[in-house]
Ligand binder design. Structure first.
Ligand code: GDP
Ligand code: MG
Length: 164
């Protein structure tokens, strides 16, 4: 069967926007309300003649005791455990926050290869200054992406293919 690539990260960083851009269809719900993607959503993706299944997940809030958020976290953990590669989406506009570090620790425990996607880098060219702090996640070289415009998605997919 096809390899599985899971998109994870905290709410509102642009996971569903990225998912839609990568599969080229608006299958996943994009909302300004954090945490609107409550269930996992699957799509098929092909890049450079390699096919894989892409999984969108609800946002991970490691500390939250809210019932919906804890269910979303459980679903994300299931997606992580079944993935061959993870795209960890972060947001250059908010910069790196404590939740990002918590998720990074969760991902390091999973032993699944992780690509750090720094989303909302909407300007072409050199990354914004806040891009570089994401090296501190300790998960390798981050990749600058604008999911809205599609910038950087080729570099992101190239990095994913190295792990499939
Ligand atoms: P999710 O909760 O992580 O799935 O985030 P969504 O995909 O629902 O997006 C949350 C908000 O961020 C929406 O208002 C999106 O339009 C916005 N967004 C997503 N990607 C980008 C991007 O690359 N640039 C900008 N400027 N906004 C983005
Ligand atoms: Mg979503």
């Amino acid at each position: 069967s096809r390899p599985i690539v899971a998109i994870v990260g905290r709410p509102n960083v642009g996971k569903s926007t990225l998912f839609n851009k990568l599969i080229g269809q608006r299958l996943s719900i994009v909302e300004d309300t954090p945490g609107v993607t409550r269930d996992r959503i699957f799509g098929e993706c092909e890049w450079k003649n390699r096919k894989f299944s892409l999984v969108d997940t609800g946002g991970i809030e490691p500390e939250s005791k809210d019932i919906i958020l804890s269910q979303m976290r459980t679903q994300a953990q299931i997606a992580i455990d079944s993935a061959d590669c993870i795209i960890f989406v972060t947001d250059v506009r908010t910069g790196m926050v404590a939740t990002d570090l918590n998720i990074a620790q969760m991902l390091q425990r999973s032993n699944v290869p992780v690509i750090v996607c720094v989303n909302k880098c909407d300007t072409l060219g050199d990354p914004p200054a806040d891009f570089y702090e994401f090296y501190n996640l300790g998960l390798g070289d981050p990749i600058q992406v604008s999911s809205v415009h599609g910038h950087g998605t080729g570099d992101l997919l190239d990095a994913v293919l190295e792990h499939l």
